[in-house]
Write a protein of this length. Sequence first.
Length: 198
Amino acid sequence: MTSSERDFWDAEAATFDDEPDHGLRDPQVHDAWKSLMVGLTPPAPCRVADLGCGTGTLSLLLAEEGHRVDGIDLSPEMVRRANAKAGTFPGVGFVVGDAAEPPFDQGAYDVVLCRHVLWAMPDQAAALARWVDLLDRDGRLLLIEGQWSTGTGLTAERTSALVEEAGLTATVRSLADPAYWGRRIDDERYVVVGRRRP
């Protein structure tokens, strides 16, 4: 984590939730993400690590479903906004730190969630290895990623390969439905679910 990266995301924080999939202010978008998250996570209560949590929208959505969520983001301003959004809601908390090296207990999480984070990691394999270490025996890794029309990001094939190389099985689900984004999209967006091999 560099100071320039921190400064960039601090500056982005004020308008971060303006994107439909960030703030989930549109009821249809909110309901689409709620349905997705409920379908991908074990029954509540489970323990979730939200790495690169931004303003904490998905963290709070999961906490509202009865999960206990620890969020981390490199931007102090994102974390400030996440804490303000959560208020005194139980079971959710946020810290400032590097998602690539989260200071969370190994083997303690049922779910490790990362949305649009892996693609930006300078050493994706090393970050994934640390994230896998956070999972308990039956835990699952949820990577919401994409390869965007700008040319940045990761293909589903590449993300799946990285997950497999980290020792998990990988399953891909497309997120092409406009309901997730508040508009039609023309790029590749998906979630990869990683689980430990039997």
